[in-house]
Design a binder for this molecule. Structure first.
Ligand code: SF4
Length: 357
């Protein structure tokens, strides 16, 4: 099996008790796997009993078997999180005793035939800091793991991978201003959405490199009208909200936007690179999901909507961010939120402005 990962994947180490915003406080519903549940049944002593008490069994609708969930307190914090910021399972029974979800987070793995892609979710503060601190680089390796059979459409897969490589290359062009990179990315995604394979391999690769090498002034510039930020923030208030602090920040941002009190040029940060890198990781993770339904442009637009909201919130509420990490935490681990945004973002992408060449 071949493996591909951004370099930060293997560099990651959990900050555990020193984490500034532990995943155990995120309010996510954690379903322990069967193997871990069996192990927890055998744990001895008072700590073993305490861990079993931390698991609730819920039956919904016509479900025959009750589903196990890690219990949370009224503030949606996992009850197995100790006062010292450490997980009681890990502290008393070791890392391998963690259930699969907790053991793996923030890592993700996705198999595409003979290639497994690995990455980190940027909802974790340590992963976010690693990923946004320097330009992305790749690591590749091979092992003897067997190839898992799949039903991928090879042509569609290759086409999407080539398109993603162009998009990721574009985002690392630090000589281009961020609005120019975003404008080119949006144009590329719109073009790739319906383009035949041979155009992607030749035309768009060549065309994109030609676009990139133009003088900065002649590039497409991405913009979003300040007048739409209030309704954009309000649309996020309609999603499932996990943390009251996120609701409060969205409320305040929406009110400031409605009062016309956003900074001038909310999409031009002093240092654009952390934003470009966040988008790089976002597209690395979600671009190939278009294999399922062909909706590449909708996914790129969803990422752009998240980016402009995070960027504008950082500029409007300084010292409370980085909001892209908080957005990842609220959105990325909730399928309902991801799906809702995929449907809703057309409302906002119609306001994207890309100046012409
Ligand atoms: S959020 Fe990341 S660094 Fe913090 S406890 Fe969870 S995995 Fe560790």
């Amino acid at each position: 099996m071949k493996h591909l990962a951004p370099a930060c994947f293997r560099a990651f180490a959990c900050a555990a008790g020193s984490c500034p915003d532990s995943c155990c406080r995120a309010g996510w519903e954690i379903v322990p796997d069967e193997e871990s549940l069996n192990l927890y049944e055998t744990l001895e002593g008072a700590e073993g009993a305490r861990i079993r008490e931390g698991i609730a069994f819920q039956r919904s609708g016509a479900q025959q078997n009750a589903e196990a969930l890690l219990r949370q307190n009224d503030s949606r914090v996992c009850v197995l999180l100790d006062e010292d910021g450490l997980c009681r399972v890990q502290k008393h029974f070791g890392h391998d005793a963690l259930c699969k979800v907790c053991r793996e987070y923030p890592r993700f793995h996705r198999e595409f035939g003979n290639l497994t892609e690995h990455g980190l979710s940027l909802s974790c503060p340590t992963a976010y800091a690693l990923a946004t601190a320097r330009a992305p680089a790749w690591e590749e390796w091979e092992d003897e793991a067997p190839v898992v059979p799949n039903e991928l459409d090879p042509a569609a897969y290759l086409r999407l991978r080539r398109g993603r490589a162009l998009a990721l290359e574009l985002l690392t062009r630090e000589t281009l201003p961020l609005p120019a990179r975003l404008g080119l990315l949006r144009r590329l995604a719109a073009a790739l959405q319906g383009a035949p394979e041979k155009h992607i391999r030749h035309d768009y690769a060549v065309r994109l490199r030609r676009w990139i090498s133009r003088p900065v002034k002649s590039h497409a510039q991405f913009s979003f009208p300040s007048s739409q930020f209030s309704s954009l923030a309000r649309s996020f208030l309609g999603l499932e909200i996990l943390s009251p602090a996120w609701r409060d920040a969205l409320d305040r941002f929406a009110a400031l936007a409605a009062a016309g009190r956003l900074p001038r040029d909310p999409l031009t940060p002093e240092d654009p690179e952390p934003y470009a890198r966040w988008l790089w990781y976002e597209l690395y993770k979600y671009w190939l999901d278009a294999l399922d339904d062909g909706r590449l442009l909708a996914r790129v637009d969803r990422s752009l909507v998240l980016l402009i909201l995070g960027l504008a919130m950082d500029r409007t509420l300084p010292g409370e961010g980085p909001f892209l990490r908080r957005i990842s935490r609220e959105i990325e681990h909730c399928e309902e939120n991801l799906d809702a945004l995929l449907e809703q973002n057309a409302d906002f992408s119609s306001f994207f402005r890309i100046s012409s060449f």
